[in-house]
Ligand binder design. Structure first.
Ligand SMILES: NC(=O)c1ccc[n+]([C@@H]2O[C@H](COP(=O)([O-])OP(=O)(O)OC[C@H]3O[C@@H](n4cnc5c(N)ncnc54)[C@H](O)[C@@H]3O)[C@@H](O)[C@H]2O)c1
Ligand SMILES: [Zn+2]
Length: 481
């Protein structure tokens, strides 16, 4: 961080909690303006309001803000009060000293719960609605944040990546580097220590070795951290290089594709491919921080965006459909780019499962494999001509049909499920000429090896109804056990 970061938003939007966690992950300093006022005044804020009134409080707040800005280093995260920047002079001060990020206001129920639980400590109550135009006037936003697995913190935002990235040794994807890190393009102001050529074909041990050499050349020590900026390939490779560099250093993931935002960036899996198979060498090494910044999505080619949507729809099947879908009666992402809020909601499905089963020991994580058993086989049989996302869409619908065949889902379900993928521009039919008899041997040989010909599928049986179902492949077809 080359500039200060200010976290702003409605009372109880979570500014201090996030600020503290973010600073800890980044090794930055943290100041809570409200706590600073209390410490400097020697009395609680409600007392200042009650005894001296709001105008006096606002003067104290302005003086404290100016003092904090003056006294802290650039590498500081400052959480503001819910109304600090209502005063134009305060806003100018903060915007000159750093970047202001406004946290989205939680929905009314959640806000009431938080304020209720902190009754007496906040003088303003629910001002969120009244001040909505003010909060909305800040272009840089944080839609949500949560802890994924272990200590990994996920922040979903617009505009956060360039600010947090500055000063952290960076590994970038080739295309992303030319789009965002070139001289003349000021989005990301630093030169990566390594640029990974774009494409799955570079997800190899050789690239990992190249990263180790780059780490050595940059003098990365045991206490240093490294950042990944790119899609799933860059995240997996950088995470693996970080896992193995000096027996494990911290890393931060800045995913730039939709797929890596909603899927590859959380869960802690890192690694590379071998000629013998995909993701064969790897380690669980969760990033300390995942910064999802939706601004990167604007430059994604449509087919790569669609790949991410396939995984999003898979998450909807597991989690029961997004709130938007239910509220609006439509798919919520027919065209264009999913919003930060939508991504946050979707990602929660994976995060929830990984939280319960971080090391894949309980069988919960199996659900994330929905559509993937048939999907992987289709992908492989096509010689990877069919993209992963397209194969997942095809696999999901084929597995939904299998659920019907096994009497686990209603007849109408595969069509309903398929419509959702089609609306996102994805294929849903197994290519002509690829039969069950062709696909089954590929499934048997997949990395989750069949024991006695039995493979447990994560069968989609309806929205919010994905089930682990053992399937017998021993007879060259898909049979109910
Ligand atoms: N670790 C996990 O849990 C996990 C989960 C799912 C997938 N994965 C892995 O993720 C990889 C696939 O990820 P992916 O789909 O992100 O692929 P990717 O990293 O290859 O990126 C896809 C393409 O998009 C380009 N790109 C990236 N960001 C861009 C941007 N903002 N604008 C323009 N172009 C951009 C890249 O250069 C590349 O050509 C696979 O290797 C898969 O194994 C890992
Ligand atoms: Zn997948």
């Amino acid at each position: 961080m080359a500039k200060k970061v200010f976290l702003y938003g409605a009372p109880a939007s979570g500014k201090s909690t996030l600020g503290k966690k973010l600073a800890a992950r980044l090794g930055a300093a943290f100041v809570d303006l409200d706590a600073e006022i209390v410490a400097r005044q020697g009395r609680p804020i409600p007392e200042i309001f009650a005894k001296d009134g709001e105008p006096v409080f606002r003067d104290i707040e302005s003086q404290t803000l100016a003092a904090v800005i003056d006294e802290t280093k650039t590498d500081t995260i400052i959480s503001l009060g819910g109304g600090t920047l209502l005063r134009e002079s305060n806003r100018q001060l903060a915007e000159a000293a750093g970047t202001v990020f406004c946290l989205e206001t939680p929905d009314e129920k959640e806000l009431a719960r938080r304020i209720g639980s902190e009754a007496g400590s906040r003088p303003l109550g629910n001002k969120a609605k009244e001040r909505a135009p003010h909060y909305n006037s800040f272009p840089n936003r944080i839609a949500n944040s949560f802890e994924a697995a272990d200590e990994s913190l996920v922040v979903i935002s617009t505009g956060l990546a360039p600010v947090l990235l500055e000063g952290i040794p960076l590994v970038a994807d080739g295309n992303v580097a030319s789009l965002y890190c070139q001289a003349g393009n000021q989005t990301i102001r630093q030169t990566p220590l390594a640029v990974i050529p774009s494409g799955e074909e570079h997800k190899t041990p050789e690239t990992v070795i190249g990263l180790w050499h780059a780490f050595a050349a940059a003098g990365l020590g045991r206490k240093d951290m490294v950042a990944a900026l790119g899609g799933g390939v860059t995240g997996d490779l950088t995470g693996f290089a970080a896992a193995t560099w000096m027996r494990g250093i911290d890393w931060i993931n800045f995913p730039t594709t939709l797929l890596s935002m909603v899927d590859a960036s959380t869960g802690g899996k890192t690694g590379c491919d071998l000629p013998e198979g995909k993701n064969l060498a790897g380690a669980f090494h969760a990033p300390k921080l995942v910064v999802i910044d939706t601004t990167f999505l604007k430059t994604l080619p449509p087919e790569i965006l669609a790949d991410g949507r396939a995984e999003m729809i898979k998450h909807e099947a597991i989690g029961g459909g997004s709130k938007w879908r239910i509220a609006n009666g439509d798919c919520g992402m027919a065209d264009g780019i999913p919003s930060a809020r939508e991504i946050a909601e979707n990602l929660m499905v994976k995060v929830g499962i990984v939280r319960e089963d971080p090391y894949e020991k309980l069988g919960r994580r199996l659900l994330l494999n929905c559509g993937h058993t048939i999907g992987h086989a289709v992908e492989k049989l096509s010689d990877y001509e069919i993209s992963h996302g397209s194969a997942v869409a095809i696999g999901c619908v084929a597995e939904a049909r299998l659920a019907v065949r096994f009497g686990l889902a209603p007849e109408s379900w595969p069509t309903e499920f398929a419509a959702r993928f089609q609306a996102a521009g994805l294929p849903t039919e197994i290519p002509a000429g690829m039969t069950e008899a062709d696909l089954v041997p590929v499934m048997m040989g997949d990395k989750k090896k069949a024991k006695g010909g039995i493979v447990t599928f994560a069968l989609p049986c309806g929205w919010g109804d994905v089930r682990g179902v053992p399937v017998n492949l021993a007879n060259g077809k898909l049979e109910r056990v």
